[in-house]
Design a protein around this ligand. Structure first.
Ligand SMILES: Cc1ncc(COP(=O)(O)O)c(C=O)c1O
Length: 352
């Protein structure tokens, strides 16, 4: 069967440069090879089961995700080492987790006594099958208990209720500093609440088997810090324009292929707008073409401007635009086309 060329694809389409993605996979795996901490990549950075398997094959200790239905998809795919680095609440979600925990020892983040009690109540005699980490707010101001004392209280409650307590988690948000002292300081400041929590729990006789934290912007620091057992970096695999200055060793690899549908003077309009490219604070860069700039995104259109008069585009031409921020964009597509030498080598369905 002859392989499809990118020019033959329906647009907008997500294209993944396989060689760049593999280089990112190997760079991250190489870093963790010599570290006591392990990588537990975040699934939302790609939402592709086959790529989660490749991350595990390259040495990752498990997969992180934020959603119960993603955890279920991972377990169905045969991946049993799943961390839900997020809170859940309400009887139906908890029942779903209890059900899933019968198939695999999925680990859940908790930050609330009521949820701990609900987990124990709904699991009943199976409470020990539920694995939990206590989530500490390390500065993001999202989820997580706000002190080491609260973490101790919740860990004790989990143990008393018969749940399996595994350790601590803390996600501090993206470390948007280029490599250097500022990045180091910011990362260490977010590690401290976790390390304080670990020390307090251990002084109370509670084993803290896991300390899970970190992201693409700080893995070099969190992944080398004593006490940390795993890092949840996700965006490194595809990399995006938001993160690339903060972890420049990774290459942008995911783009949106679009077709020129209108051209007037130096204004070029393509058929990929916010619904294909997302809508962050910044406009996305054009791939392999510094003579073209995205000027505006509408729902279904991007309006581009040719910076040099010598740039010629005709309706029907294809243009690739880098993904500015992976997380919202992946969700908008059904599949990713894995590309090599301008041809589709693999198609990756996206778990939505
Ligand atoms: C809990 C948690 N862990 C890890 C990550 C991964 O971050 P990144 O994609 O910057 O590597 C995120 C991203 O939002 C997250 O919410």
């Amino acid at each position: 069967v002859s392989k499809l060329k990118s020019s033959e694809l329906k647009t907008p389409a997500l294209l993944l440069d396989l060689d760049r993605m593999n280089s990112n996979l190997q760079t991250m795996a190489g870093f963790f090879q010599s570290k006591p901490a392990k990588l537990r990549p975040h699934f939302k950075g790609h939402q592709v089961l086959a790529l989660a398997s490749r991350q595990l094959d390259a040495g990752a200790t498990g997969i992180t995700c934020a959603r119960l239905d993603h955890a279920e998809a991972l377990v169905r795919h045969g991946i049993r080492t799943v961390l839900i680095a997020n809170e859940i609440a309400g009887d139906s979600a908890i029942r779903q987790l209890v059900e899933l925990s019968h198939s695999a020892p999925v680990i859940l983040a908790v930050d609330n006594l009521e949820v701990v009690e609900d987990l124990a109540r709904i699991a009943g005699k199976h409470a020990a099958k539920l694995n939990v980490v206590v989530d500490i707010d390390v500065g993001l101001g999202r989820c997580g208990v706000s002190s080491a004392e609260d973490a101790l209280y919740l860990a004790q409650a989990a143990l008393t209720k018969g749940l399996t307590f595994r350790g601590l988690m803390g996600y501090g948000g993206g470390n948007h500093n280029p490599p250097g002292v500022k990045k180091e300081r910011a990362a260490h400041a977010k590690l401290q609440p976790l390390l304080n929590g670990k020390a307090l729990l251990e002084s109370a006789g509670i084993a803290v088997e896991m300390v899970t934290c970190g992201a693409t912007g700080d893995y070099t620091i969190t992944g080398a810090a004593p006490g940390v057992t795993e890092v949840q970096a996700g965006s490194y695999l595809f990399m995006d324009a938001v993160h690339s200055a903060f972890a420049p060793e990774f290459h942008l690899s995911l783009s949106v292929l679009a077709t020129v549908i209108s051209k007037t003077g130096n204004r070029i309009v393509v058929d990929a707008g916010m619904k294909a490219l997302g809508c962050g604070k910044e406009l996305p860069p054009v791939k392999n073409n510094d003579r073209l700039r995205v000027r505006a995104l509408h729902a279904e259109h991007a309006i581009l401007e040719a910076i040099e008069a010598s740039f010629h585009a005709r309706v029907g031409d294809k243009i690739e635009i880098w993904v500015q921020h992976l997380d919202p964009v992946i969700q908008m597509h059904e599949c990713i086309h894995g590309m090599r030498d301008g041809q589709v080598e693999e198609i990756f369905p996206i778990v939505r």
